[in-house]
Design a protein around this ligand. Structure first.
Ligand code: AHR
Length: 497
């Protein structure tokens, strides 16, 4: 039977602003994310703008993606940016050592990526090569992309056809330094980080946005990593630590992306919900060293990770995206919103054809996944002010295990509109939600819902519109209290005015 949960919504002057960058994305040279995903080349028969598919550009613009991280991931620590500039026919190849061993022709490089970001109206986030690169290489990449004066790298950029620098604020200093980024200890990485960061300076003096250096942070619950970095890196050298966490139950047997059972679903959600604990505990360590919260916590890789779909010869880490993924997205984004005082950026892995993608392509076909729809529904929280919520969730029970069934966050945007994002992960039961919202002085309510008949449902290339948002008319507002019933495995976003 449905249980009732009462959510108290209390606006607070101390509540943080929800950075739009929490809704960021990640595009690695991996499988068919870049090549045969975003990038089909200028000679393709598919409609494109300088080689990037127009349908993808349009879909991502509709999502208002605030930033895009590139070129990796693990690939970043093998990438030498100078191999990806200049006439395409002269560029050397690169073997993608981490992901499938394919040979790439470097035809998608720095200009291609930064021009794409301009087309998308999104901020670039470049991941610099620390694992197999040099301080000089990183320093020159900064100079090449952002220097507005006369210098060897700015001149090289001009000779390659780009007069004005791009605006590149976000710089990752290596990726997963504890693993594919060099298998370093935290102490060793902290020293290397300090060396790189020292030479990562502002090259564009006309621009008032300082360079933002992002240290490779912990994996999951590696609190020692965070402690060591916070202790050993001087605060004036670092602007963010980047945590990674994927919702995986067993790395040696990740399970299918579509034909999973309820036990597997429950396991995925258990792992996904750990994000809350990880954010809280890493933030608590950061609070001890940085009580003023000057250093941000980023989560620049997150999402579900399953076995590659066997039905498609579709590239490394290609997986389908079901209502389970919508549950991961809805609950994780609520966690980030609710901890927006410290979490200032997050990047879903990955945008197109890889892991928990928002877009899948097959030759000329393209579809939007359930995760895309959640991201679009939640875009209303970008740059809004958090409204703190408090409640005790009813439980989703399977065997003798329990998880909180309901996840929620809320915000007020600059025009005064209030949005509640509500998720019920329970695979069997709907729940009744009452939101005590008198303090918000609302007089009008509307909503959208994402739901489907089965948790395994997905959009495929024959029925790309099977799962999509619909108007939700099931919420009422009486004397400041909002009441609704939220169906099993569904996401609802309510707008109050
Ligand atoms: O997103 C896929 C991979 O996951 C990235 O390359 C790496 O950073 C992480 O382990």
């Amino acid at each position: 039977f449905a249980q009732t949960v009462t959510i108290k919504a209390r606006p607070s002057d101390a509540a943080p602003h929800i950075s739009k960058h929490i809704y960021g994305h990640f595009a690695e040279h991996l499988g068919r994310c870049i090549y045969d995903g975003f990038y089909v080349g200028e000679d393709s028969k598919l409609p494109n703008t300088v080689g990037v598919r127009n349908d993808i550009i349009e879909a991502l613009r509709a999502l208002k993606i605030p930033n895009l991280r590139w070129p990796g991931g693990c690939f970043a620590d093998t990438y030498h940016w100078k191999d990806g500039i200049g006439p395409k026919e002269n560029r050397p190849t690169i073997v993608n050592q981490w992901w499938g061993g394919s040979t790439e022709d470097n035809s998608f490089g720095t200009h291609d990526f930064l021009n794409l970001c301009e087309l998308l109206d999104t901020e670039p986030y470049l991941s610099a090569n620390v694992g197999s690169g040099t301080v000089r290489e990183t320093e020159e990449w900064l100079q090449y992309t952002t220097h507005d004066g006369i210098s060897p790298m700015a001149d090289l950029r001009r000779s390659n056809g780009r007069e004005q620098p791009w605006r590149v604020r976000y710089w990752g200093v290596g990726n997963e330094a504890w693993g594919c980024g060099g298998n370093m200890t935290a102490e060793y990485y902290a020293n290397i980080y300090r060396q790189f960061a020292t030479y990562m300076r502002d090259w564009n003096l006309q621009d008032d946005t300082p360079v933002f250096r992002i240290a490779s942070g912990a994996s999951g619950d590696d609190y020692q990593w965070t402690e060591t970095l916070m202790k050993n890196i001087k605060p004036d050298l670092v602007e963010a630590l980047a945590l990674h966490h994927y919702a995986v139950t067993d790395w040696s047997d990740k399970g299918p992306s579509v034909s999973f059972d309820e036990t597997q679903y429950f396991g995925t959600m258990r792992e996904a919900l750990k994000m809350e604990e990880f954010v809280v505990k890493h933030a608590a360590i950061m609070d001890r060293y940085d009580p003023e919260k000057k250093i941000a916590l980023f989560v620049d890789e997150w999402g579900g990770w399953y076995d590659t779909e066997p039905a498609y010869e579709a590239g490394v880490l290609y997986q389908q995206n079901t209502m389970r993924d919508a549950m991961i997205a809805g609950t994780t984004l609520n966690t980030f919103n609710n901890h927006a005082d410290r979490v200032k950026m997050a990047n879903l892995a990955q945008t197109v054809n890889v892991l928990q993608a928002v877009i899948l392509t097959d030759a000329e076909k393209m579809l939007l996944t359930p995760t895309y729809h959640v991201m679009k529904m939640y875009a209303v929280h970008q740059d809004a002010t958090l409204i703190p919520l408090s409640f005790d969730s009813p439980k989703y029970t399977l065997g003798d295990e329990q998880l909180p069934a309901i996840s929620a966050s809320a915000s007020r945007d600059s025009s005064g509109k209030v949005h509640f994002s509500l998720v019920n992960i329970d695979a069997r039961k709907s729940h009744t939600i009452k939101i005590e919202a008198a303090a918000l002085q609302l007089s009008k309510l509307s909503g959208e819902i994402l739901s489907s008949a089965a948790i395994q449902d997905y959009n495929d290339f024959d029925t790309p519109g099977k799962i999509s948002t619909e108007t939700f008319r099931g919420a009422s507002l009486r004397q400041g209290t909002i009441s609704l019933e939220i169906p099993p495995f569904s996401v609802i976003v309510l707008k109050g005015e």
